[in-house]
Design a protein around this ligand. Structure first.
Ligand code: UP6
Length: 260
């Protein structure tokens, strides 16, 4: 099947937030999502200001932020407009439908009210995503399903579990627009693949994370490379983000050229 551009794929995506992601990638020429996994509001905003211009998406873990408040959300939203990126709260919902729905809409973080995109595990069965969708659709939100993980020994490793994620995505295309996965897992061009576990050199950390390079994950069908410490711990974050952006965008354009 010929490889389609992100603009063309936006038209095949049935989810409002998903289309916004594809369109942002095309407009900005960026396949880079950065996760500032830091624990204070000031550090998050500082790092996003440093690298947001290079990114199509900023992925957060608000439950690690000690001083989370509404002002952090307001400032992040403002930066998302100024620097043109989509906000993705990596909540990895995994509970029964009713609980996941409450967690998405309520509580300290009220994720659905500000995050364009969130994600979910499929371990509890289809009820999780069905319930999240009830909250997310009226707000034009979107969801990625965690189909494969980057960590050593993961049970989400490409077998029947991963296939079940694809089935759940097809059943909810207006809300689910893709996967967190290590490679492309469906031919449906309206679904997007976001791949975490990316650094400029192959390797890992001391706690089971496994890293591949931008070019190698893009060759396996990643559309967005998810990078955290590869940028966060770099001596010049902005320069590092530029390098990740360049390497992944070049791999994307090469993929398009090869399929012509
Ligand atoms: N993440 C993974 N692997 C997965 C799914 N999600 O690493 O399979 C998330 C982590 C972290 C980020 O929760 O926020 O992606 C990776 O960060 P790092 O680049 O600093 O390892």
């Amino acid at each position: 099947m010929p490889e389609l551009s992100f603009q063309e794929r936006a038209k095949l995506c049935a989810c409002d937030a998903g289309r916004r992601v594809f369109e942002t990638m095309a407009r900005k020429q960026s396949c880079l999502s950065f996760n500032p996994d830091v624990t204070t509001k000031a550090e998050i905003l500082e790092t996003v200001r440093q690298v947001g211009a290079e990114c199509c998406m900023i992925k957060t873990h608000m439950d690690v932020v000690s001083d989370f408040d509404d002002d952090l959300v307001a400032q992040l939203q403002k930066l998302s407009e100024e620097l043109d990126f989509v906000i993705f709260e990596d909540r990895k919902f995994a509970d029964i439908g009713n609980t996941a729905m409450l967690q998405y809409e309520h509580g300290h973080h009220r994720i659905a009210s500000w995050s364009h995109v969130t994600n979910a595990h499929i371990v509890a069965g289809p009820g999780t995503v069905e319930a999240l969708k009830k909250v997310g659709i009226p707000l034009k939100r979107g969801c990625l399903l965690v189909a494969e993980m980057s960590s050593k020994g993961t049970l989400a490793d490409g077998g029947p579990y991963t296939k079940a994620a694809v089935e759940q995505a097809y059943a909810h295309e207006d809300f689910v627009f893709g996967f967190v996965a290590q490679r492309r897992i469906t031919d449906h061009a309206g679904f997007l693949t976001l791949t975490p576990g990316v650094q400029l050199q192959k390797g890992g950390d001391a706690m089971g994370q496994q890293y591949n390079t931008p070019a190698s994950v893009m060759a396996k069908g990643a559309d967005i490379i998810q990078v955290g410490r590869g940028i966060l711990n770099a001596p010049d974050r902005s320069a590092a983000a530029k390098e990740f952006r360049k390497q992944s965008w070049e791999a994307y354009t090469a993929r398009l050229a090869e399929s012509e």
